[in-house]
Design a protein around this ligand. Structure first.
Ligand code: PLP
Length: 404
C-alpha cells in the first residue's frame, strides 16, 4: 500500500533528504492516522468514567486497541499496560521488579552491555540504590551467550533483562534461551522489544517472556504511547512506578490517551497482517543497498551478525572514515545516524559497536542506515550512491558510479 514517501518534497529539482532512520522512529502509517482522527475531533469521554456512555465508548475503543496489541505478541489483553513509551516501560518494569524483589530477598539484576540507555541507565541507577548488578558482555557478533546468564544469575536475582533486537546493529538475541536461564533460578525475564515488535515475530509465551517493553512510534504508530507486557503470573512481582487513580489495575495510574491507544492498536493490527511481506521486501532492499556499495568498490565492515538480524538494519564501519564527518557530508541528502538517537547529541562513539571488539576505531566509523515499510527501491539506489560518493570524497577515492 504505502503511498507516503516521508520527507520527499514536491519542489522540482530540489529533493528533500531521503529518510533512512527507521530505527530512530517510523513514519505514521496513514491508515493509523485515519483510525485516530475521529477520536481527536469532537469526541469526548474519559475512558475511566464508566457511569455514562461517553466514558464507556472511550473505554471500548481502548479495549479494542488492547486486544489488537495483545494479539500481535501472543498475550491476553489484560496483560497489556499502556505507558508513554518504551523508556517508561523499561523504568517501570526494572524498578518495579527491583523493589518487589527486594522484599523477598532478591536484589540481583542481570543485563547486557549492548542494551539501550533506557535499560542501562536505569540499571546503573538501581546499582547506586543497592541492587547487585551484573552487566554481561557479548561476542564479536553482538550476541549474548545464554550460558553466561546461567553463570551470573542465582537465587538472589530478581530480574534478567536482555533486549530482543538491538537498536544499533539490529541483531536478535536468543531470548527464549536467556529466559530459560532466568527461570532456572526463579528470576523474572524482561526484554526491551522496542525494535522487535512489529518487525519480527514475538510470542511472549513461546519465548518465556514475563515482562516486555515496546513502543508505538517504532511500528508506524504515534509517538507518546508504548506498552509494558506483564504476564498475569508476574503481576505481583512488579511494583508500579506511577501512583494515582489506580487505573490499569493499579500498575500505571493516569488517564489513558484514547486517540493514541487507538492508533497503537491500528498499528499493531497492520503489523500483524503485513509483517511477513514487509520483512521480505525490506530485507531484499537492505541486501540491495549493501550490494550496491560492494559493486561500487566501497570497502566496509558489517557490524553485528548477518543473521539473525532485523530485516531493515544496516550498520557498517568504513575504515579510515569518521562517522561524524560522513554524516555531515551525506546528511543534506540522506537522514541516517551514527547509532542510537538518544546518544547522538553527545557525539560519543557507539557503546554497542565498541562492545564487539575488533579495530579500536570501528565504533567511531560506524553508521546506521535503517529501512522500513515506506522505503522504495529508488531511494535505496540513491542512498547507496550518496554514501559511496561521500565515503569516496572522505577517502580521496572516486568510486565507480553505480548503475541504475
Ligand atoms: C526507541 C527505543 C527505546 C525508547 O523508546 P521510547 O518509546 O522512545 O521511549 C527503548 N529501547 C529501544 C531498544 C529502542 O529502540
Amino acid at each position: 500500500m504505502p503511498d507516503a514517501q516521508p520527507g520527499r518534497g514536491e519542489t522540482p529539482g530540489r529533493r528533500e533528504p531521503i529518510y533512512m532512520d527507521y530505527q530512530a522512529t517510523t513514519p505514521l502509517d496513514p491508515r493509523v492516522l485515519d483510525a485516530m482522527l475521529p477520536h481527536m475531533r469532537g469526541r469526548v469521554g474519559n475512558p475511566h468514567s464508566n457511569t455514562h456512555s461517553h466514558g464507556r465508548e472511550a473505554m471500548r475503543a481502548v479495549d479494542d486497541a488492547r486486544i489488537a496489541i495483545a494479539a500481535l505478541i501472543g498475550a491476553n489483553a489484560a496483560e497489556i499496560v499502556f505507558t508513554s513509551g518504551a523508556t517508561e516501560s523499561n523504568n517501570m518494569l526494572l524498578r518495579g521488579a527491583a523493589s518487589a524483589g527486594a522484599r523477598v530477598g532478591r536484589r540481583g539484576i542481570v543485563s547486557c552491555v549492548t542494551e539501550h540507555h533506557a535499560v542501562l541507565d536505569v540499571v546503573r541507577r538501581l546499582a547506586e540504590e543497592g541492587s547487585a548488578v551484573a552487566t554481561l558482555g557479548v561476542d564479536g557478533n553482538g550476541l549474548l551467550d545464554p550460558g553466561s546468564v546461567l553463570r551470573a544469575a542465582n537465587s538472589g536475582t530478581a530480574i534478567v533483562s536482555v533486549m530482543a533486537a538491538n537498536n544499533e546493529i539490529g541483531v536478535l538475541q536468543p531470548i527464549a534461551e536467556i529466559a530459560a536461564a532466568a527461570h532456572a533460578v526463579g528470576a523474572l525475564f524482561h526484554t526491551d522489544a522496542a525494535q522487535a515488535v512489529g518487525r519480527v515475530p514475538v510470542d511472549v509465551r513461546a519465548q518465556g517472556i514475563d515482562a516486555m517493553s515496546f513502543t508505538a512510534h517504532k511500528m508506524y504508530g504515534p509517538m507518546g504511547i508504548g506498552a509494558a507486557y506483564v504476564a498475569a503470573d508476574a503481576r505481583g512481582r512488579i511494583d508500579p512506578l506511577l501512583y494515582g487513580g489506580g487505573q490499569q489495575g493499579g500498575l500505571r495510574s493516569g488517564t489513558l490517551p484514547v486517540a493514541l491507544c487507538v492508533g497503537f492498536g491500528e498499528a499493531a493490527r497492520i503489523c500483524a497482517a503485513e509483517m511477513d511481506e514487509d520483512a521480505r521486501r525490506v530485507a531484499a532492499m537492505r541486501d540491495a543497498f549493501l550490494e550496491a556499495l560492494s559493486s561500487a568498490g566501497v570497502v566496509f565492515e558489517l557490524n553485528g551478525a548477518v543473521s539473525p538480524r532485523l530485516p531493515g538494519n544496516v550498520n557498517v564501519s568504513f575504515p579510515g572514515v569518521d562517522a561524524e564527518a560522513l554524516l555531515m557530508r551525506a546528511g543534506r541528502h540522506l537522514s541516517i545516524s551514527s547509532g542510537s538517537a538518544c546518544t547522538a547529541e553527545s557525539l560519543e562513539p557507539s557503546h554497542v559497536v565498541a562492545a564487539l571488539g575488533g579495530r579500536p576505531l570501528r565504533a567511531e566509523e560506524a553508521i546506521r542506515v535503517s529501512l522500513g515499510r515506506m522505503t522504495t527501491g529508488e531511494e535505496v539506489a540513491d542512498a547507496a550512491r550518496i554514501v559511496a560518493r561521500s565515503v569516496g570524497r572522505l577517502r580521496g577515492v572516486a568510486y565507480t558510479p553505480l548503475e541504475d
